[in-house]
Design a protein. Structure first.
Length: 86
């Protein structure tokens, strides 16, 4: 399996998977209130329905509350992977 290229420094690629498009849009809206972002891209999430939404966040231009959270958070060297991720 090929890996996607990493986003540029200061950016994060976000994937939101939900049962309905409305829930995906609501989550994306919350993220946009904290970070500058690109236009969202939406795709079907599977045979049973659902929505997969992609967007790129500019973490270098965070607004509140993300700015205070980022400055207070500590990064870890150990990557955490969910059971369903490769």
């Amino acid at each position: 399996m090929e890996h996607e290229p990493l986003p540029p420094e200061g950016h994060a690629e976000v994937r939101i998977v939900t049962a309905t498009p409305e829930v995906a849009r609501r989550v994306a809206e919350v993220l946009r209130r904290c970070f500058a972002s690109t236009e969202q891209r939406s795709y079907p999430a599977g045979r049973e329905g659902g929505t997969r939404l992609h967007l790129t966040l500019d973490t270098a231009h965070a607004s509140e509350p993300a700015r205070s959270w980022l400055s207070a958070s500590k990064s870890t060297e150990q990557a955490q992977t969910h059971a369903d991720e490769v």
